[in-house]
Design a protein around this ligand. Structure first.
Ligand SMILES: O=C(CO)[C@H](O)[C@H](O)COP(=O)(O)O
Length: 211
């Protein structure tokens, strides 16, 4: 089970490096988050690439159109994994998958806000998506609802791709997610917003245990 740490808001390359240098022993993937890509473009990916050759970099573009063009740009900048949205057209997702094949990279498809997850998960498996990400939107996390039960139900449909889980995961609730045995656990604020990010990352890694 891999740990992906997401850097989303109020970030820049220096702040990411300061944090990654503290927690790199506990993590596997650096996520250059969507808000950061919106603010700075792909320059953060370019700057991080040479600095962390041992960590995978995921560019959270959440591609909705222009699948080949946008994914290709992120892979050229140095990303290993690029995200696209399940609600996008098949042609968009196939374009992103083609760009990944060109670069030896991977596509993670984010299921956020899709109205029919069981059907779409099956279609994405057939298309060749590398990862399916079951994701609780930031704007839904405020409700305080526990979305892990829904993810557990949806997990059963993921048969031909690796499974990633994201959205509001933290050291206090992680066991509800690790017990689903996903391939990737994605955590943003639960680590980057913690009073002591290294302590939070260590606690998370301990709870991920031998998985
Ligand atoms: O993609 C994202 C938001 O769209 C975040 O990176 C992801 O949800 C993880 O962040 P957090 O743990 O803070 O929810």
């Amino acid at each position: 089970m891999k740990l992906q740490v997401a850097f989303d808001c109020n970030c820049n390359t220096q702040k990411i490096c300061d944090c990654v240098d503290l927690i790199s022993g506990y993590m596997d993937f650096i996520e250059v988050g969507t808000p950061l890509v919106i603010e700075k473009g792909l320059s953060t990916v370019r700057e991080l690439r040479p600095r962390y050759p041992h960590l995978k970099i995921l560019a959270d573009l959440k591609i909705m159109d222009g699948g080949f063009y946008e994914a290709n740009a992120a892979f050229e900048a140095g990303a290993d994994i690029v995200t696209a949205l399940a609600v996008a057209e098949d042609a968009t997702l196939m374009g992103a998958i083609e760009a990944a094949a060109k670069h030896g990279g991977e596509i993670m498809v984010d299921m956020i806000a899709h109205p029919d997850l069981p059907r779409r998960i099956g279609e994405l498996g057939a298309m060749g998506a590398d990862y399916i990400c079951l994701h609780t939107a930031k704007d839904m996390q405020q409700s305080g609802k526990d979305f892990s039960a829904f993810m557990r139900e949806m997990k059963g449909f993921v048969k031909h791709a690796k499974l990633a889980l994201a959205g509001g995961i933290n050291p206090g609730n992680i066991e509800s997610y690790t017990s689903m045995e996903p391939d990737v656990i994605i955590i943003g604020e639960g680590i980057t917003g913690a009073a002591d990010p290294a302590d939070a990352a260590r606690a998370v890694r301990e709870k991920m245990g031998a998985h």
